[in-house]
Design a protein around this ligand. Sequence first.
Ligand code: HMG
Ligand code: MG
Length: 296
Amino acid sequence: HLPKSVIIKEVGPRDGLQNEKAFIPTENKIEWINKLSETGLSHIEITSFVPPKWIPQLADSFEVAQGIERAEGISYSALVPNVKGLDRALDAGVDEVAVFMSASEGHNKNNINKTIDETFPLLNDVVKKGLTANKRVRGYVSTVFGCPYDGEVSIKDVIRVVDSLLEMGVYEISLGDTIGVANPLQVEEVLTELFKRFDKSHFAMHFHNTRGLALANVVASLQMGVTVFDSALGGLGGCPYAKGASGNLATDDLVYMLHSMGIQTNIDEQKLYEAAKYVESKIGRNLTSHQMLANN
Ligand code: HMG
Ligand code: MG
C-alpha cells in the first residue's frame, strides 16, 4: 500500500537554474524563491556554493541566500562541495546544507575533480563542521542507476557511498538518477538491496526525467515505502557535468499525480502554477512539464 503523504523537496533554484544557459538575474531568483515559499513547500534548495568557474549560473549564491524572505516552517538549503562552500553558506545564513558525490568514479571525477576515495575525507570535514554549527546535513549520491562515463553502476558501489555518508552523519540520502536512465524494476531492485542494510527513513529519491520515466520511478519508490522526493518546478534542471542529463522530475507533474492518487503534499497547485509562470517568463523559453503544456 502507498503512503498517505509525501514530502517534496524543491530543487529548481539550484538543480534547475544551474543548467540554464542564461544567467537569471539575482532579483528574479529571489522573487521566484519567494513565490515558491508561498506554495506550501517545506524544503527549498535555493542555490549552491561552488566556484563560479564551475557553475557560473549560481555565482550569486550569497546574495540569493541573503536576499530571500524567510517563511516560517521552510528549510532553505544549499549544496556545498567543500568546507569553503560550507563556510560561505553558513555566513549567508542557510538553514541546511547538502554534500554530494557519485557512486561511479567517472562522474565523481568529472563533477568534483576527485576520486571517490579522495572525496570521503573532504566530505567528512564538511559534515562534521556543518553538524557542529547545528545545521542539518543532507547527502546526495549521484549516478545510482547509471553513469554517463562508466555505464552500469554496481549496487556494491552504491552501498559503499551510502554507508560512508550515513557514517559521517547526514540525516538523509538523496539517491540520484543523474541522467534519467532508471526504470521502475531497477528502482525496486536497488531499494530492496539498500533497505536490507539501511533504514528506509534515510532515503529520498532524485529522478531526472531524461527518458520520461521519472513518474513511473516515483510510483515504484512509493510502493517501496519512500516518502521524500526531489523535483524542480516546470521540469527545469540537469547536471552540466553529466552529458545527457536533462530536466528534473517536474514538481507540478509530481504534485498532480500524487494529489490524483489521494496522497497529500500540503502544496497548493494554483500557487505552484503562478510560481511556474513567473520563472517561465524569466528563463526565456517555455517550461516542459506536462502541467505547463496542459495549462498554457
Ligand atoms: P577544483 O577546481 O578541483 O577545486 O574543484 P580546488 O579546491 O582546487 O579550488 C580551485 C579554486 O576554486 C581555488 O581558487 C579555490 O579557492 C576555489 P584559486 O586559488 O584558483 O583562486 N574554491 C571555491 N570558491 C568558491 N566556493 C567554493 C570553492 N571551493 C574552491 N566552494 C570542486 C573542486 C569540488 C570545488 C568543484 O569541482 C566543484 O565545485 N564541483 C561542483 C560542480 C557542480 O556544482 N555540479 C553540479 C551539482 S551536482 C548535481 O547536479 C547532481 C545532483 O543534482 C544529484 C543528481 O542529479 O545526481 C546533486
Ligand atoms: Mg540532479
